[in-house]
Design a protein around this ligand. Structure first.
Ligand SMILES: [Zn+2]
Length: 98
């Protein structure tokens, strides 16, 4: 029984590792990337905003990173629209944050 047991252990470890990678990827998609539209050039883009927090005292979410338009550079939240997709993504983050 012992040799069989030791053979199973490494494969168990590999499965665990693979799952962790998938989870991280899924988390990265829902936690960080939001779809915006730039008010200046009207271009839609996905932006990695890092961690998103929802301060109670503010009526808008706070992002860890800057919103960067591929054409115009760093933008404030007043210079972008959150697209329908972006709102869905943000909603998913909000639900998971609560
Ligand atoms: Zn732009």
């Amino acid at each position: 029984m012992l040799p069989l047991h030791s053979e199973l252990m490494p494969s168990g470890g590999i499965i665990k590792e693979a799952r962790a990678t998938v989870n991280e990827e899924a988390l990265g998609k829902t936690m960080a990337e939001l779809n915006f539209q730039c008010k200046k050039c009207e271009r839609e883009f996905d932006c990695d905003v890092g961690k998103i927090s929802f301060p109670v005292e503010e009526d808008r979410p706070r992002f860890e990173k800057e919103i960067v338009c591929p054409r115009c550079g760093i933008l404030s939240m007043d210079e972008v629209w959150l697209t329908e997709l972006g709102q869905t993504q943000l909603g998913a983050v909000f639900m998971s944050a609560e």
